[in-house]
Design a protein around this ligand. Structure first.
Ligand SMILES: Cc1ncc(COP(=O)(O)O)c(C=O)c1O
Ligand SMILES: N[C@H](C=O)CCC(=O)O
Length: 432
């Protein structure tokens, strides 16, 4: 029997009258997988529940922040405790200093850090810093990476733009993207050539060190190292956007895991424990261009919000306590899911590629290994949509878009994985 989604459908019909597309962020809209978006009511551990009372084992996890699952007791306690003392002061707090110290201790590239409220804001600010520090304008980014929705970064971007097949966004004046060069991810030769053509002109080279927004695409051997070597020699800055990977693939992020240290780093998602918090940081001499020390202006009414900082602090504390064993167990869990998915695909003869690293994975429906945006786009999105719908019907919630990642949390149990594996196996029968 099919699940009842009547309350979600009614809310959606109402929402479209007041909210563009009925959603507050486009990839939630289910446009590329069919059906109407679900309206969620609550989450607990590995599960999320919609307004019709249907429960799902959740692999979206709010797009990454919830590494301990929904409504994790220690995070809730930290938020409640902070809230009881006031929701916002617009002034400095002791907890901000503690969080900054934790971030500096954990992330190899960060000597000083500034807290903001979203990943978009973090990347936008970090790029402004790079331009202010180098006194250069050009930035280099990579196809299929997503750095939030600020004007200069919306060309050939991943995430929602990939989902909806948009090469760029309307409403961005051409002169705002004139200083952005977009190159294919993982293409060392293309980078060498473009960088050489703009010697001494590039403020920063920015990328997701492990891409997550065209689905998971790890860097090929030598890619990050080449970017590091050439930018350092030229005086351009290297910016790792670790909004997804920060504290997800290790406490020190992708830079620690892969052994390449950038000049600037952006963080988000996990550092806010599910509340709006993000950060940018890097070498102290670079960060000292930020106002009020230096001439690069950046500000925020709710920056360092006490509730978000409390949630983030508790989240990072639990991660520290868990240590490498916690990360190893997350990797083991996603490994179980990946192996079972491959087995199911092989059984029915459906070609897939699974890219996974740490506790994140993406299944692409293609015979071509996925190493960049062009190969990611070879995935049969209609098959992904079928998989998504079958799993949803069986009570498993994956991202409603091919070009995203599945995340596991410490709250996902082996029983959850058993149930998911059985559902995946059944779903592949319908994909032939
Ligand atoms: C790598 C990366 N950078 C930046 C962003 C923007 O973050 P936010 O959605 O918090 O603005 C996201 C996600 O949205 C992201 O995945
Ligand atoms: N891929 C995005 C973030 O990582 C998804 C979040 C959103 O755009 O709503």
């Amino acid at each position: 029997m099919s699940r009842n989604h009547s309350q979600s459908a009614a809310l959606y019909a109402e929402a479209v009258q007041y909210i563009p597309g009925g959603v507050n962020s486009p990839v939630r809209a289910f446009k590329s997988v069919g059906g109407d978006p679900l309206f969620m009511e609550r989450g607990a551990g590995s599960r999320i529940f919609d307004v019709d009372g249907n429960g799902y084992i959740d692999y979206v996890m709010s797009w990454g922040p919830l590494i301990f699952g929904h409504a994790a007791p220690r995070i809730l306690e930290a938020i409640t405790d902070a809230a009881s003392r006031g929701t916002s002061f617009g002034a400095s707090t002791a907890a901000e200093v503690t969080l900054a110290k934790k971030i500096v201790a954990a992330v190899p590239s960060i000597e000083k850090v500034r807290l903001v409220s979203s990943g978009t804001e973090a990347v936008m600010s970090a790029v402004r810093v790079a331009r202010g520090f180098t006194k250069r304008d050009l930035i280099i980014k990579f196809e299929g990476n997503y750095h939030g929705h600020s004007d200069g970064f919306l060309a050939k971007s991943g995430s929602g733009l990939a989902t909806f097949g948009l090469p760029d966004s309307a409403g961005v004046p051409a002169n705002l993207t004139r200083d952005t060069i977009t190159l294919p991810y993982n293409d060392i030769a293309a980078f060498r050539e473009a960088f050489a053509a703009h010697k001494g002109e590039v403020a920063c080279v920015m990328l997701e060190p492990i891409a997550g927004n065209m689905g998971i695409v790890p860097p090929v051997a030598g890619f990050l190292e080449t970017l590091r070597e050439l930018t350092a020699a030229d005086g351009a800055l290297l910016l790792f956007d670790e909004v997804i990977t920060g504290f997800r693939v290790s406490v020190g992020g992708a830079q620690q895991m892969l052994g390449v240290t950038p000049d600037l780093t952006t963080l988000g998602k996990i550092i806010g424990g599910g509340l709006p918090l993000a950060a940018y940081g890097g070498r102290a001499d670079i960060m000292d261009v930020v106002s009020p020390v230096g001439p690069v202006y950046q500000a925020g009414t709710l920056s360092g919000n006490p509730l978000a900082v409390a949630a983030g602090l508790e989240q990072l504390t639990i991660l520290e306590e868990g240590g490498p064993e916690m990360y190893d167990d997350l990797t083991r869990k996603i490994g179980r899911l990946a192996t079972a998915t491959q087995t199911a695909a092989d059984r029915v003869g459906v070609p897939i590629q699974i890219n996974r690293i740490g506790s994140m994975m993406t299944t692409f429906f293609t015979e071509t290994p996925v190493t960049d945006y062009t190969t990611a786009k070879t995935s049969d999105a209609a098959r992904y949509a079928k998989l998504f719908r079958s799993l949803l019907e069986q009570g498993i919630y994956f991202a409603p878009s091919q070009f995203e990642a599945a995340f596991v949390s410490t709250a996902h149990t082996d029983e959850d994985l058993d149930a998911t594996i059985a559902a995946v196996d059944k779903a592949f029968d319908g994909l032939v």
